[in-house]
Design a protein around this ligand. Sequence first.
Ligand SMILES: *Cc1c(COP(=O)(O)O)cnc(C)c1O
Length: 290
Amino acid sequence: MLPEKIKAESLLQEINDPAILGFCNKFLALRLDLYDKDIPGNKWFKLKYNIEPALAAGTLLTFGGAYSNHLAAAAAAGKKYGFKTIGIVRGEEPAELNPVLTNALSSGMALHYISREEYKRRNEEGFIKELRVRLGEFYLLPEGGSNALAVKGCSEILSLVNIPFDDVCCAVGTGGTIAGIISSLEPEQQAVGFPVLKDGSFLRDDINELLGNTLTKGKWRLETEYHFGGYAKSTKELETFISTFEKQNAIPLDHVYTGKLMYGVYDLLKKGVFKGRTVLAVHTGGFRPS
Ligand SMILES: *Cc1c(COP(=O)(O)O)cnc(C)c1O
């Protein structure tokens, strides 16, 4: 059922930017943004093993903010594989739909907007029951699509990398992607996560919970100072970095995830954190503002 994807070699791109020359042995991007044209970036890996239970239930219901790439990706998966999708969106319906929600709608997802207060109940059993009464039976995928099956899917990301490396860097939203990456590290390898929301240190517990009893071999840590004000927030400094980076390296970045990741990695490179090491940045995809 699942299609064969493009070959791994074409996804690894060496970044030879003079701005970071000499600050590490080698710097590579793993272009998951080029992996699947329908279900972008890391979302394909997160959804991979959730497709079967969604098909069995006939309908998938999931949660996300208005800028959640996960909603659009889940909608695209439903369209491609043939199950219905319902997206529960945090906050009021925006006057003008952003590209993410437009995308989800055009893939046939039914969107329901709930207040921020109500959204806090998203993990409560009682609330899920109410949703089943209102909307019918569904397969439940938690916020951002991060569950054990998503971690399993993301544990396959590093199998695309056919060269040795020391550090793997990744943007962190809900932590499912980096949990999968951590679970597949070799003993000498390290994962560095860059939370894109403010006060992201709580994600340590979330990631540990997602890892559950998984035996991990490598080390990991979070760099929590590169959120630029919070989820989907940006600054002039970040925008300038993104446009300079894109011009220099011909790799598109977004300001919600991969822009913050690359800014953080460049900053740490320049501080000498990765001296002599081979560093891999996982380009998880993302929408560019129109
Ligand atoms: C969803 C997303 C992430 C975050 O993934 P998590 O598993 O929630 O941490 C990172 N980058 C991009 C581009 C995304 O769309």
